[in-house]
Design a protein around this ligand. Structure first.
Ligand code: SF4
Length: 199
């Protein structure tokens, strides 16, 4: 496997905010906040590689997966195996909703597992810690196509200039990189600079 493969977690970051993806993946910036620390805390019980058995089900935790076709790689929190069916599972700290970035990350992991095992995965699941609910995500042809497009866009984005801050203030206020990104200051400065003075 090539070290240049896009990490699955960064695919999620890019869908959250392209500028965050660039700061983390291209510039190597990192910073913790309460959301990051809580996410780490939630993963404390599932962060060891190994296989557990619950009844008829085998749970393969912290599985390293990759795709040579798509040039992505990463760790999936768990792969449940029952009656010959593999189901990838991700654990997230937030509330259950239609988080497309989470769906892309899960679907990309499924594409990796399919390539590695030659088996077909019809769906995966995301466990949302805040309301302790599992969401089933069907790997439809549309989601597969969108995921592959998101991978290509993330790979291309790493070769361009840093994107501008996003307009979603709520996301910025929750973002661990806001002190590095300075989204409000950058937007204010951009608003005050005319095209002539910006040359
Ligand atoms: S502060 Fe906002 S614009 Fe900056 S990286 Fe975070 S989400 Fe993106």
């Amino acid at each position: 496997m090539n070290e240049d493969y896009l990490p699955l977690a960064y695919l999620n970051a890019r869908e959250y905010c392209p500028r965050r993806f660039y700061l983390e993946y291209v510039l190597g910036e990192m910073s913790d906040n309460e959301h990051i620390i809580l996410g780490r805390h939630i993963h404390r019980n599932i962060n060891e590689e190994g296989t557990l058995q619950e009844g008829e089900m085998l749970i393969h935790q912290q599985q390293w997966v990759w795709s040579d076709r798509l040039k992505v790689a990463g760790i999936i929190d768990a792969v449940e195996e029952c009656d010959g069916q593999l189901v990838p599972v991700e654990y997230k700290k937030g509330k259950m909703a239609q988080h497309l970035n989470d769906h892309f990350q899960l679907c990309a992991a499924a594409l990796c597992i399919e390539e590695r095992t030659g088996r077909s995965l019809p769906y995966g699941e995301i466990f949302y810690h805040t309301n302790r609910r599992r969401q089933t995500v069907a790997f439809t042809p549309q989601l597969r196509q969108m995921t592959e497009q998101a991978i290509v866009l993330a790979q291309l984005a790493s070769q361009t200039i840093m994107p501008a801050p996003i307009d979603n203030t709520k996301k910025c206020l929750s973002c661990s990189l806001k002190e590095i990104c300075l989204p409000f200051e950058v937007k204010q400065l951009r608003g005050s600079i005319t095209p002539e003075t910006n040359d």
